[in-house]
Design a binder for this molecule. Structure first.
Ligand code: IPE
Ligand code: IPE
Ligand code: MG
Length: 279
């Protein structure tokens, strides 16, 4: 099913509105939280919340791809989540397996490229196998880069990177003086992803819960009060609108940022004129 043929007139209008606001965040990262509370409040078992959450995953992935977001990273399971009751963990793993089985054709058809970050060796063998196949199958796709964070934690990744850097120093491949921010980033599991520009967390909680600690250093944060199973396209539009109206200053002053934008516009214009003259 081609997602671009599925856009309703109202979605199309909203998506165009967002695009007209300026530069979309390149990399959106989402902490999908609140499945358990959503279910409990409805008198259902927590696992029903995780199942309902999958519908939100489907919709948000599709919408992100339609809008033209290049990188979407979803926090699906943290290393700390292994501490949950065994029945919940097993249920979550089987929902993940189901998701991969049922969605991969549609993701592939729509140009989505799948990636993962996390300690995958902790996942059930079947899930590991499905992930590997799906990643290989979609590896030439040029559309949305969808990264699933599975058995992931930011500190785990940072410590792992430090260990590998240590090994490369010992082997003489690099020297301690070579260690820079960009070299360090290249040792993280997120090496091929740009920094997270926009981090969304659902369910009103205001914490990072060990997600992309390094990568979100200058990212914008947005908290939605909706539980993840209720977070749908319109909520993503709202979040993106909110992001597009912010000024990212990176430690500078507002007028510096305005000048920078004007200079950029000016040099883009000059470049365009040069290209026209060359023709
Ligand atoms: C997020 O929902 C999904 C995972 C962490 C796997 P929760 O299961 O954390 O739901 P709450 O936060 O308990 O409501
Ligand atoms: C964060 O949610 C992890 C995921 C969404 C996968 P949690 O529900 O595990 O976070 P805490 O424990 O409330 O911080
Ligand atoms: Mg939670």
């Amino acid at each position: 099913m081609n997602w671009n043929n599925q856009r309703s007139a109202s979605d199309l209008a909203k998506q165009e509105d967002i695009n007209s606001l300026g530069k979309l965040p390149k990399h959106v990262a989402i902490i999908m939280d609140g499945n358990g509370r959503w279910a409990t409040e409805k008198g259902m078992p927590r696992i029903a919340g995780h199942k309902a959450g999958m519908e939100s995953v489907r919709e948000i992935v599709k919408t992100s791809s339609q809008i033209g977001i290049k990188y979407l990273t979803l926090y699906a399971f943290s290393i700390e989540n292994w501490k949950r009751p065994a029945t919940e963990v097993t249920g979550l793993m089987s929902i993940l397996e189901q998701y991969l089985r049922s969605e991969i054709d549609e993701l592939h058809e729509n140009g989505v490229r799948l990636h993962t970050i996390g300690k995958l060796s902790s996942l059930p063998k079947m899930v590991q196998k499905l992930l590997k196949e799906s990643i290989e199958r979609t590896s030439d796709n040029q559309g949305l880069n969808l990264t699933l964070a599975l058995s992931y934690s930011g500190r785990w990744d940072i410590v792992r990177a430090v260990q590998m850097i240590g090994l490369d120093v010992r082997r003489g491949k690099i020297s301690p003086e070579d260690i820079s921010e960009s070299l360090f980033s290249s040792y993280l599991q997120t090496a091929n992803l740009p920094d997270a520009d926009f981090m969304i967390r659902t369910s009103g909680e205001m914490r990072l819960s060990n997600f992309l600690l390094w990568e979100v250093a200058y990212g914008e944060i947005y908290i939605s009060n909706k539980y993840w199973p209720e977070f749908r396209s319109d909520d993503l539009y709202l979040a993106l609108q909110n992001y597009m109206n912010r000024e990212r200053r990176y430690g500078m002053t507002s007028s510096q940022i305005v000048n920078q934008a004007q200079n950029e516009k000016h040099s883009n214009y000059l470049q365009k004129m040069m290209n026209v003259l060359k023709k």
